[in-house]
Design a binder for this molecule. Structure first.
Ligand code: GLC
Length: 769
């Protein structure tokens, strides 16, 4: 029998003396870090700062294994290094698989594989372990659901599929056959026999997950290099696991309120002031609320980042941006990483002079092609390069832009992939593309965030396409180049919910679809299905059919308008959810399983989602469908449109003609109901309405100035609104923001009750019913 290794304990780190040391560090009762040094230098890009909290735990020798026990988890470690984890009640959560992998036999020999590949088909299934890598294999129970992994296309439950983590820009239609997209977020959430857990593999190298595809008995993670470095996440519910994961990797900071408004975009608009002007006019003339127009690559001088083609903007970009702002429309320009190779262009010349670009192993600046043709790539892993980039953002903030959209930062390249051995930096250490690829977009977003923050003193609005675990601290994300096809309106539900489970709360898809030509029906169902996606932007590729709502005439225009207006009513609710998210890490858009993981029916729903705890959305995502089946989770529900009440845990059939998004509110809920506006201004609201669904309810509402960081020093108000059978009360639970609502309206089933603020007592008189 192999004997147990000795161990040493330093603080909350226990080092077990195997041939290769294995460390377990207790960060909190529910977060245990497992680390084995395989010689890779560097620190985490996902986990910033010291996350360790003083936590009680014990290590006991059980004869054939050690138990490391906290209040929430027990890790069993045996003499051969197997790691098994139970929850506090002894339910197995994570168990090392004792058998050997059985490679999936696809029955193809080398000759036939070449034949299949000759027509362009690919055969998946390869482990990407490589010669410096390792794999971690965990046993699968018959009843085990696997979620997470960030931005992977496909269904909510990832069991039975395989995925790669290597940020990739692939313009083909993203379907469940795709193993990788633009983001690498290696966090896996599991429900094993109904018991939740998480596993976060913090290694930026290319990695692979096989989630029970190769075998129903195990799932595995493999990676090409780096240290063995993963976190065991416990929690009494999936919600608690997400809260723990976002405690570790960070939470989406409170956004500016206007960023929750509608945004209009198309690759091509920004080619001239005239074209953008026409879009702003059309939005206004068609009575379509809108908060931002995005400027794609066309506004630049020959695709040179941090330049503006002023010839096409007779008013001058600064003046034009100011004019749009006057009309309530903000400007979000795109910035790509590729810097055009042009000695007469200041950004390139400065980057070259200061050695800011990544290099080929021979020491020459590495050049590949993107929109501007030959381009160099900033070495964003280096702090000095991030500072330089942050400073470059000033070019845009001086012109008055409201945010920055980062794209192509996988990094994408048109002349073949960037070779693995191109020299990048890992902070100030030389590293390779092989290591830094998956964190390139993360570091670019961080630099952009820093630039906006330093120059605007507002909450930065950064949108990024590429990301790594933890990028949620710096940027909003969108899912990249989807297409105007029904599978993509279907996909948005599990895709955005999965991002939410993986720590990314501020997410959205290109409404209407980016590539391919939309249809009026598809566009209509898209604005309905995506109504609560925090990033709410219609965007399309150059060369596709126009998909602004007015293009298709009626009834598309009226229905689209109806939903934009409805969205603005919900903005205070979305904003409240973000204020809560900063504390809990719980996303805005949620799969049903996140709110109630104990109802087995919730575990595989791909065509409904929830907004917070109380709103249930069941969009139509099939062409031609005008009725649909809706599963109502536990509780009681009120149909948003007609107040009809339903018991939960049943399937109902609802009518859903083209203009109807089936929407339900949990009975006895109060929701804030924003004013009917066309833009979200910086002026404080003087009144707020709350709507009651059911016959009583309580709601906690958050208010601040919606723009800057003053809330962090207490400049915010908290309101508790309560409706009981005999009275309506509003209590100011926190008063730090001067612009308190002067009036509060509470809409009951049969009347509206209004309460007025009494400044002398800082109260709202209760109103008897
Ligand atoms: C990429 C982006 C897309 C953008 C285009 C042109 O395809 O994903 O959103 O419109 O580049 O910049």
């Amino acid at each position: 029998m192999t004997t147990l290794p000795t161990y040493t304990q330093t603080g909350q780190t226990v080092t077990f003396n195997f041939a290769t040391n294995l460390q377990l560090t207790v960060l909190t009762a529910s977060i245990i870090h497992l680390f084995s040094d395989r010689g890779e230098p560097g620190t985490s890009y996902a986990v910033e700062g010291d996350k360790q909290q003083p936590t009680a735990f014990t290590v006991t020798n059980q004869g054939d294994h050690y138990d490391l026990t906290t209040a929430a988890l027990t890790v069993h470690l045996d003499a051969t290094g197997h790691v098994d984890v139970d929850d506090a009640a002894g339910h197995p959560l994570i168990t090392d698989y004792r058998g050997k992998r059985q490679l999936l036999d696809k029955g193809v020999d080398k000759v036939h594989q070449r034949l299949v590949e000759a027509e362009g088909h690919s055969i998946n299934g390869a482990t990407v372990q490589g010669d410096q890598g390792y794999q971690v294999i965990k046993a699968l129970a018959a009843d085990e659901h696997l979620y997470g992994l960030g931005d992977k296309p496909g269904y909510l439950d990832k069991r039975g599929y395989e995925y790669d983590n290597w940020n990739s820009d692939n313009p083909d239609a993203h379907l469940e056959t795709f193993t990788k997209l633009y983001k690498s977020i290696p966090v896996l959430l599991g429900l094993k026999n109904g018991h939740p857990y998480g596993l976060f593999f913090d290694n930026p190298y290319r990695s692979h997950f096989d989630l029970g595809k190769e075998s129903p008995h195990y799932y595995f993670y493999s990676v090409v290099a780096g240290n063995l470095d993963y976190y065991i996440l416990g929690g009494a519910s999936l919600k608690a696991v997400v809260t723990n994961y976002t405690y570790l990797t960070g939470r989406t900071p409170l956004p500016q309120k206007w960023t929750l408004g509608y945004q209009q975009s198309r690759w091509g608009y920004s080619a001239s002031q005239k074209e953008v002007q026409a879009i702003a006019d059309d939005l206004e003339q068609n009575d379509l609320p809108c908060d931002a127009i995005h400027f794609d690559v066309d506004y630049m001088r020959g695709y040179r980042v941090f330049t503006w083609d002023t010839d096409k903007y007779p008013a001058g970009p600064g003046e034009f941006i100011a004019q749009l702002k006057q009309r309530g429309i903000r400007v979000i320009p795109i910035i790509d990483p590729g810097v055009k190779q042009d000695p007469d262009y200041a950004v390139y010349a400065t980057g070259l002079k200061n050695d800011y670009f990544v290099k080929s192993p021979n020491g020459q600046v590495y050049i590949n092609q993107v929109w501007p043709g030959n381009a160099a790539f900033p070495d964003f892993g280096r702090p000095a390069v991030r500072d330089w980039w942050a400073h470059n953002v000033k070019f845009l903030t001086d012109l008055g832009v409201a945010g920055v959209w980062n794209d192509m930062n996988e990094p994408a390249s048109f002349q073949g992939p960037i070779p693995n051995d191109v020299v990048f930096s890992d902070q100030d250490r030389p590293a390779t593309h092989k290591k830094m690829h998956n964190v390139y977009g993360h570091n670019m977003a961080q630099a952009t965030y820093a630039g906006l923050k330093a120059q605007q003193h507002r909450r930065p609005f950064v949108i990024t396409r590429a990301a790594y675990a933890g990028t949620q601290k710096y940027a909003t994300v969108w899912t990249g180049d989807n297409q105007s096809i029904w599978p993509h309106v279907q996909l948005l539900i599990p895709q955005l919910c999965t991002l939410g489970l993986s720590g990314f709360s501020f997410v959205g898809t290109d409404i209407g679809g980016f590539g391919a030509d939309t249809t009026p029906e598809l566009l209509t169902r898209w604005i309905e299905a995506g109504l609560f996606s925090p990033l709410f932007r219609n965007h399309a590729a150059m060369g596709t059919r126009h998909q602004e709502p007015w293009v298709f005439g009626e009834p598309t225009l009226s229905i689209y308008r109806k939903y934009l207006k409805l969205r603005y009513r919900f903005v205070p609710y979305l904003y409240d959810l973000f204020a809560q998210e900063t504390q809990t890490g719980l996303p805005i858009m949620r799969p049903l399983v996140l709110n109630d993981d104990q109802d087995p029916r919730n575990r595989e729903i791909n065509d409904e989602y929830m907004v917070g705890d109380t709103v249930l959305v069941a969009p139509v995502v099939q062409q031609g469908q005008t009725k649909r089946l809706v599963y109502l989770p536990r509780g009681e529900w009120v149909d948003f449109w007609n107040n009809r009440e339903y018991a939960g845990q049943q399937d109902i059939v609802v009518d859903a003609p083209l203009d109807k998004l089936p929407l339900f509110v949990r009975k006895n809920t109060l929701l804030p109901w924003g004013p009917a506006v066309s833009h979200i201004g910086d002026q404080p609201d003087t009144a707020m309405t709350f709507r009651l669904f059911g016959d009583h309810g309580t709601y906690d509402h958050y208010q601040d100035n919606g723009t800057d960081f003053k809330y962090q020093t207490g400049e915010w108000n908290g309101y508790r609104v309560a409706v009981s059978h005999n009275q309506v009360t509003v209590t100011l639970t926190h008063h730090g923001y001067a612009a308190v609502y002067q009036t509060i309206h509470v809409a009951l089933a049969d009347r509206v009750v209004t309460l007025t603020y009494q400044a002398s007592t800082q109260t709202y008189g209760p109103q008897a019913l």
